[in-house]
Design a protein around this ligand. Structure first.
Ligand code: MIC
Ligand code: SF4
Length: 755
């Protein structure tokens, strides 16, 4: 039986009325996304029409998922909210804190000992507050959610940007910061700006070497890393229907890389097959009863240009495999053009590692298609040129893949089978020699490839591709290998060609697993103790941030003007720093250390205006704090792209930064800043970014009048005493201004609970 089936049935029992009502109110046929949005309003039945891209709306998500690296901060905040149990079904998944080094058995053992304190904390908090707990090794959050919790027509939030993966099963699943999750855990509404809608019509059918991954690699090339901001991407068409559910998951997963709020597909037979194969016949039956409400109205897909804000059409018959990268997931190059493009850009052609895994591509189908290539390599007597690493998505996938001989096929190529966890995808990778910082290329089936992400080496050029393409390229050892045309020389000196991959959507003998790694919470957790040691270097109880004094902010100094791409990986690096995710003071020592200083193009080297000396960002900021001086961070476009990690907002807040002033924000990060009581604002005139100098002081002369829709005026005083008066915009509504006033959203919850 499925988890929480009663909750799912309750959603379905209301869906018909709510969808009909929304159709009546809007006076038009509805997309699948709108049906889910309008059937999850906090106030219940729809009563008015919302304006896309404008109205803030309160929603009531059905469930929440958290992973270990973000759950620590989320739960530390929830512990302050004064509740005895979470208000909606919630799960915690231990997947980020396991390093890939020697192989699954050894690596899991060492993670269980190095991170015992954190895992015990998460397990006991989960037990106390009624949260389902997935132990280390159980799998990657999004694969486990797809296998166990996602359901068509549902809405969930998760403290990870790739929560959107569950769109593969027809959900609206949205990545959020921990503070947003705390709202819902504490039985409060969850607020989101009613999204715009981008339709992607998939005609034709995937064939040959082309995989679902290539659809999203192509879309990323079209939309770029910010083209999806504020929008839901809804895929449809014959090409969508012919694709597996996990393939749809891959496409939705990487929607995070174009900044989309989420991505989804209407309910179809591939989803039904997946539900039944994963032991959830009850959901499949219940969904079938309401299936017309779980996908768009026919007219929408017939005349999509009338109903979506933007429409993209991709013909799968013509789509070819892509490699995206390096350093950004939207730099799309068709495999057939790689030879030329790589040479022009001087990307290292030799590929040293092929990595298959991550929440994006670690399903049974993915492993089976990649294994079909690996098998050919053995049969054709080829020697693999690059090293191979595999992270299965879940214990269920791993167990079944082992039983069916898929893992053995990889092992025959000397692949390392790492833990069912994120591993190298988030820098949890003890890659030998990475510290030498040599220029090199790797290829992986992950979703992100920002500088330093996988192995900490800024000179590693990481390329993103489908698992089968990763297998082929790793076998050839060359970035410019195009398996469609090129041949390889085997050990007998013969020319051989790899045939296109074949795979299985679902395991022919069904899924199996012995211990899936799940621990249910006790019914009454009131007597469960949660221990946080006072001298712990991994965990620290939170002290509330101070409220705003109600005055204009004057005399604030520039901490850093970040140049170019500044993702959450630049603001709060992962990898080795993941160990401090539960300790705000300690993790603040990585604050903005990856951001490039616009004045000297160096990282972690900024001018301290008090001493005139250059030093690391966290140290400099701690000195400003000690001197009682508030500071401003200035940034470029799409600031805070990438992860949902709220540490990227909490660290500057904790260290005394007051304002983040940028050309534009990524959605989750902007909300995280607001939730933590920061002022996150954008240049009214983008070129004012160029006016900001290294020695600047800022006066926010009308902050006292902070109100919705009203611009903020900033007097920028330069060292030579000349001044520029600039305007900034903000998107705070009146509720969010309250968070700013109170010092954080959590302070407001506490105040309301106390009242
Ligand atoms: C990521 O892929 O960057 C992460 C690590 O999963 C993050 C969450 C985190 O920083 O803990 C994400 O995508 O939200
Ligand atoms: Fe884990 Fe990578 Fe997925 Fe993030 S993107 S959840 S680090 S596998």
């Amino acid at each position: 039986m499925a988890f929480d089936i009663e909750m799912i049935k309750s959603v379905y029992s209301k869906i018909k009325y709510r969808v009909n009502k929304a159709r009546e109110l809007t006076g038009k046929p509805l997309t699948a996304s709108e049906k889910i949005l309008y059937s999850h309003l906090w106030d219940g039945n729809p009563e008015k029409v919302f304006s896309r891209g404008k109205d803030y709306v309160d929603f009531a998500p059905d469930r929440i998922a958290c992973q270990d690296a973000t759950a620590q901060m989320a739960l530390l905040q929830f512990m302050q909210a004064g509740k005895s149990k979470v208000a909606v079904p919630t799960t915690v998944h231990c997947d980020h804190l396991i390093q890939a080094k020697s192989g699954a058995t050894q690596d899991l053992k060492s993670a269980n000992s190095t991170s015992a304190e954190v895992f015990n904390f998460l397990e006991s908090v989960s037990n106390k507050y009624g949260i389902g707990f997935w132990k280390p090794g159980a799998g990657i959050i999004h694969q486990v959610v797809l296998e166990n919790y996602a359901f068509p027509g549902g809405m969930m939030i998760g403290t990870d940007s790739h929560t959107v993966n569950a769109g593969g099963l027809g959900m609206l699943a949205i990545g959020v910061g921990g503070a947003d999750a705390v709202d819902v855990m504490a039985d409060m509404p969850w607020e989101l700006k009613f999204p715009k809608l981008i339709g992607v019509k998939l005609t034709g059918k995937l064939n040959g070497w082309t995989a679902p991954k290539d659809v999203i690699l192509k879309v990323a090339g079209i939309l770029t890393v910010k083209g999806g901001t504020g929008a839901i991407i809804e895929y449809f068409g014959e090409g969508a229907e012919s694709m597996s559910c996990t393939g749809k998951g891959t496409i939705c997963n990487m929607g995070a890389e174009v900044g989309a709020t989420t991505s989804t597909f209407g309910y179809d037979q591939s989803m039904e097959r997946y539900l039944r194969a994963t032991g959830r016949e009850d959901i499949a039956d219940a969904a079938n009863d309401v299936k017309e409400h779980l996908t768009a109205d026919q007219e929408v897909y017939q005349n999509p240009e009338k109903y979506f804000d933007q429409l993209i059409e991709i013909n799968l018959d013509e789509l070819t495999p892509h490699l995206n990268g390096p350093f950004t997931p939207d730099l799309a190059t068709p495999v057939s053009e790689m030879s030329q493009v790589a040479k022009e850009n001087q990307w290292p052609l030799k590929v040293e590692w092929g990595l298959i895994g991550s929440c994006t591509n670690s399903s049974y189908e993915d492993l089976s298609r990649a294994a079909s290539i690996a098998k050919q390599a053995v049969e054709k007597n080829l020697v693999t040129k690059a090293e191979f690493g595999i992270n299965p998505g879940s214990e269920q996938v791993r167990y079944t893949a082992e039983r069916d001989g898929l893992l053995k096929t990889f092992e025959d190529l000397d692949a390392k089978i790492f833990t069912n966890a994120c591993g190298p995808c988030i820098g949890q990778w003890a890659r030998e020699g990475a510290d030498k910082q040599e220029k090199n290329s790797i290829i992986h089936s992950f979703n992100r490839n920002f500088s330093k992400r996988a192995d900490g080496n800024p000179n590693t050029h990481a390329f993103v591709a489908s698992p089968e393409m990763v297998a082929a390229v790793a076998i050839s050892g060359r970035l410019d290998f195009n398996p469609i045309n090129d041949t390889l020389i085997n050990q007998d000196g013969e020319k051989v060609k790899l045939e296109p991959p074949t795979g299985m959507e679902l395991p022919p003998s069904g899924f199996d697993v012995k211990d899936n790694g799940y621990l249910a919470p006790v019914e009454d957790g009131s007597s469960v103790d949660v221990v946080v040691k006072e001298d712990s270097e991994r965990l620290q109880l939170l002290t509330p941030f101070t409220p705003w004094n109600g005055e204009n902010l004057v005399g604030a100094k520039l901490l850093i003007k970040a140049h170019g791409k500044c993702t959450t990986d630049h603001i709060s690096m992962a990898g080795p720093w993941l160990r401090y995710r539960g300790h705000l003071d300690n993790i603040s020592n990585n604050c903005l250390i990856g951001a490039v200083n616009a004045y000297n193009q160096k990282t972690n080297f900024v001018k301290n205006q008090l001493t005139g000396e250059y030093a690391g960002v966290p140290d400099t900021q701690r000195q400003y704090k000690e001197a009682g001086i508030e500071t401003v961070v200035v940034g470029d476009h799409n600031y805070g792209e990438g992860s949902s990690r709220e540490h990227a907002a909490m660290e500057p807040r904790f260290l005394g930064v007051k304002v983040v002033l940028v050309k534009s924000f990524a959605r989750i990060h902007e909300t995280n800043l607001k939730k933590q009581g920061m002022l996150g604002i954008t240049f009214d005139n983008e070129s004012d970014y160029d006016l900001i100098r290294e020695d600047d002081t800022f006066n926010f002369v009308d902050l006292k009048d902070f109100s919705p829709g009203k611009q903020i005026t900033i007097e920028v005083v330069h060292a030579d005493e000349s001044k520029d008066l600039i305007k900034a915009n903000h998107s705070y509504n009146s509720q969010q201004i309250e968070w700013f006033k109170e010092g954080s959203a959590l302070n407001l919850i506490k105040k309301q609970n106390a009242a």
